[in-house]
Each structure stands twice: as structure tokens, then as C-alpha cells.
Design a binder for this molecule. Structure first.
Ligand code: GLN
Length: 473
């Protein structure tokens, strides 16, 4: 059920909030032993809150999220509930406050059904980096659900929650949405507060949603968006949606994103979807982002640099795991032991890379250079948006891959983000929507299409995405 369908059932008195919650909890118990999308099910509190919702409900005062269950990626703080970031170093950590995004949904009466799995500290594209075991793709259990918000995407795809929150630093909402056949929305940088998100790379991190439909995103987004005093980088978005007729829409198709490395079956589905816009009368223009090919390289310098700095706080004293070394190394030895035992391989790899790229002597050659190229990419984007309203591309170059296929070669894993990192580097809103299936090994896998819009044009972007959704349904 979508959010819209759940709310309708409540309004028509076909179900109570308690029954709705019981339905989802039973489904999790039944299906999630295979999928492993949840790290924690908030059963007791969720049922209690659902009962309160039944007692307090009145359709004329409550909005569309009231009493509706939702799942939260486990790197988002939820007061009194665990937030592990799927890392051993935070295994027993309980949040002491709510992230702003959670607080806002709480204000509307939304109920947390559980916390979802991810790649450790949101680093990865397959959920295989979770310290607590991978999540499986509900469309094909032998394949990855994508990452790092793989748990949130799989939970929504499997119908274990009507919607879920995720975070996206380089594609972690959009790529798993594409792999699992759901809608993944990363808002403009700062449009949803970062307060209470476990930081990965602060200039790129953004909270967003995983849903079954674009229509549902439009229900949640107004609740969670907006400037927050607790996050100095947050801000308000443009309140106008799409003001044009579809026939006046100008859509840019990035020529560099349809080249080498793109699976021809993915390309076919995305081109077919672009034709749907064309049939609505939209003007489809080929555009060039000359520096886009550098996006991934830039991302994999800036992101680990910020990771190395953000993850310095896990020292075994302030948060989570504390390991004691039994030799006279003192505090320093305890730090090393805690971090050595607590972080997984990918987190360590990135901390080391980032420490290197920020170190004296290398800072100019790597970090500063990367920031300069980031500015060039932003210029490319600004130029492109002089001619077009939105930019369309595939979300991912490939279909969902099998477990273990890319774990031995981090670089091939990093390539999964080749089309998504640009939106984070520049701060654009971007969405992945399902555009069709491809059969492989006799299973139907899903293909995602990405649409990007200028900064703060989130509502326009959602309107454009919804045009497609309405046309195919
Ligand atoms: N897959 C990318 C990475 O590993 C993106 C992660 C993210 O968006 N959190 O860094």
C-alpha cells in the first residue's frame, strides 16, 4: 500500500491504525527473515502509538502522515531508539534525541516501525558493507538491493513499510531505489535539515525519501522540508511547482551519460521513457556536461576527506564501543584498539584515503584541486540549465548485481554512482523513478531513470516526475 492508499483505508474505516500497524509488523516477521531490510523493529512502541492514534483520530484535524508507519535508515537519530549506522562501533548506541526530519514527521503523527539496514556509515552501493549482514533485493534474493539505503529501498519494495527515510551522499537513495524498483528522492542540499543525521560527508549528505510513488513523495516532502535553526546549511525551497504545460517543457539528455559502460538494456528503457515525455510534446535536447566525467574522481576525493574528519569523533570515549588495551599505551592505545575493532574495511579505507588527501603537502594536489573541479562541474550544470528545465539520465549504469560480484574490487563498486554523484557535488534535487523491467535469469529486474532539476526547484522536479507516473498508470 502507498501512503495515499493507507490513509484512504483509514478514512473509509476499512482499517484502524492498530490493524494497519499489525499488518506491517506481521509482514516484516514473515518476509524480513529472508530480506533483512530491518536492523530493528520498533514493535512495542509502534503498536502503542498506533493505539493512541486510534484514540485521538479525527479526519478533519489530522494530515496524511498521521498514524502511518514509516521506516528510518539506521544512520538517522530517533530518540530512545538505536542508531548504529550499521557499524560495530555504534552497535549499542541509543539516540538521545530525534533528527529534525524525524521530529517533523512525529509532529504530523507518523509512527516509526523500525530502523533499516545500510552500508556502514552509508559507505557503499550494495549494503554488503553493513556490519550486521547484507540486505537482499526483494525482486531477486541473489542480488544486492543497492546502497547505502538498501534496507529502506528493500523495505518499501517488499511492502514492509509504506515509506522510508534514507540519506544520499553520492546516490544512496536513488541507486537502491533504481535497483529495487521504487521511487528515491534526494532533495536540494539543505532542503531537509541534516541535524541528527550521522554525518558521512557534510557538504554532500542529504536526507530524503523512498516511496512507491511520486505522489507519495509530494505528501511527505512539504512536512520535512524547510530551514532549520539546528542546521546552518539548511534553507527553504522555491514554493512553485511546474508552471508550464508538458508541451513547453525542455528536457536535457546528457550525451556523456549514454556512452561506454552503460548496459544497453538500461539504456533502452530510459530512452523509451524519454520518448514518453516526447509524446507529451516536450522538447528533448541533447546536452553536454564536459566535466561530468570527472565527477566520480572528484567525489572520491572530497567524500573520503570529509569522512576522515567526521569519523574522528568515534574514539571509544564519547560514543559507542570502548575497547581497552591491556598494555601501557594509555588512552592512545585504547583509541587505536577501539577504532581498529569497531570500523569495517570500507570505513577504514576511506578514513585512510581522506587523511592522506587532507594531509600537509597533498591537500593542494588533491582536496583543493577536487574542489576546483567541483566548481567547474557546477558551471557546466548552470550552463545546461540555461537551456533546459530538467536533466534526464539513467540512475545506474547496470542492473542490480549479484552478491560478491563487486566486493573484491572497490573501484568497480564506485562506478555504480557515476550518474548520481553530480547532484550531490552541485547540491541539486534529483529523483529516481522506475521506468520498466528487464528480464535476466528469468526474473524481472527494475530499471531506474534519474531526473535532476536546478537547486530549490524540488517541487517542479516532482511535478515533472509525476507527469511520467500518471502517463504510464
Ligand atoms: N555509494 C556511494 C558511496 O559509497 C554513495 C554513498 C551515499 O550516498 N551515502 O560513497
Amino acid at each position: 500500500m502507498t501512503i495515499k492508499e493507507s490513509v484512504k483505508k483509514i478514512q473509509n474505516k476499512e482499517t484502524s491504525f492498530t490493524e494497519l500497524m499489525e499488518y506491517y509488523i506481521a509482514k516484516i516477521k514473515n518476509k524480513d527473515t529472508d530480506i533483512h531490510s530491518f536492523l530493528y523493529v520498533n514493535e512495542e512502541a509502534a503498536l502503542r502509538e498506533a493505539k493512541e492514534a486510534d484514540d485521538n483520530y479525527s479526519s478533519d484535524i489530522h494530515g496524511s502522515l498521521f498514524g502511518v508507519p514509516y521506516a528510518v535508515k539506521d544512520n538517522i537519530l530517533t530518540d530512545g531508539i538505536q542508531a548504529t549506522a550499521a557499524s560495530k562501533i555504534l552497535e549499542n548506541y541509543i539516540s538521545s534525541y530525534d533528527a529534525t526530519v524525524v521530529l517533523k514527521i512525529k509532529g504530523e503523527g507518523g509512527i516509526i516501525i523500525g530502523k533499516t539496514n545500510l552500508d556502514e556509515f552509508a559507505m557503499g552501493s550494495s549494503t554488503e558493507n553493513s556490519a550486521f549482514g547484507p540486505t537482499k533485493n526483494p525482486l531477486d534474493l541473489s542480488r544486492v538491493p543497492g546502497g547505502s539505503s538498501g534496507g529502506s529501498a528493500a523495505a518499501v519494495a517488499a511492502g514492509l513499510a509504506p515509506y522510508a527515510l534514507g540519506t544520499d551522499t553520492g546516490g544512496s537513495i536513488r541507486q537502491p531505489a533504481a535497483f529495487c524498483g521504487v521511487v528515491g528522492f534526494k532533495p536540494t542540499y539543505g532542503a531537509v535539515s541534516r541535524h541528527g543525521l550521522i554525518a558521512m560527508a557534510s557538504s554532500l549528505d542529504q536526507a530524503g525519501t523512498l516511496t512507491q510513488t511520486v505522489e507519495d513523495v509530494k505528501i511527505i516532502f512539504p512536512t520535512i522540508a524547510g530551514k532549520d535553526d539546528m542546521d546552518a546549511t539548511s534553507g527553504n525551497i522555491d514554493e512553485e511547482g511546474l508552471k508550464k504545460d508538458p508541451s513547453d517543457l525542455k528536457i536535457g539528455v546528457v550525451k556523456e551519460f549514454f556512452g561506454e559502460g552503460l548496459d544497453s538494456r538500461v539504456e533502452k528503457k530510459v530512452r523509451d521513457a524519454i520518448d514518453i515525455y516526447k509524446n507529451m510534446g516536450a522538447d528533448i535536447k541533447e546536452i553536454s556536461l564536459p566535466n561530468a566525467s570527472l565527477g566520480l574522481a572528484v567525489y572520491y576525493i572530497i567524500m573520503p576527506s570529509e569522512v576522515s574528519s567526521n569519523l574522528a569523533r568515534y574514539d571509544g570515549v564519547r560514543y559507542g564501543m570502548h575497547q581497552k588495551e591491556n598494555h601501557p599505551g594509555g588512552l592512545w592505545a585504547n583509541y587505536l584498539k577501539t577504532r581498529g575493532d569497531g570500523f569495517g574495511e570500507e570505513a577504514k579505507r576511506r578514513i585512510m584515503l581522506g587523511t592522506y588527501t587532507l594531509s600537509a603537502g597533498y591537500y593542494d594536489a588533491y582536496y583543493l584541486k577536487a574542489q576546483k573541479v567541483r566548481a567547474l562541474i557546477e558551471q557546466d550544470i548552470d550552463n545546461a540549465f540555461k537551456d533546459v528545465d530538467v536533466i534526464i539520465s539513467p540512475t545506474t549504469p547496470t542492473l542490480p548485481f549479484k552478491f560478491g560480484e563487486k566486493t573484491e574490487d572497490p573501484l568497480s563498486m564506485y562506478l555504480s554512482d557515476v550518474y548520481t554523484v553530480i547532484a550531490n557535488l552541485v547540491g541539486l534535487p534529483a529523483i529516481s523513478i522506475p521506468v520498466g523491467n528487464v528480464k535476466e535469469d528469468s526474473v524481472e529486474l527494475s530499471v531506474g531513470m534519474q531526473i535532476m532539476a536546478p537547486k530549490k526547484k524540488d517541487l517542479m522536479l516532482l511535478d515533472v516526475a509525476e507527469l511520467f507516473e500518471k502517463e504510464i498508470n
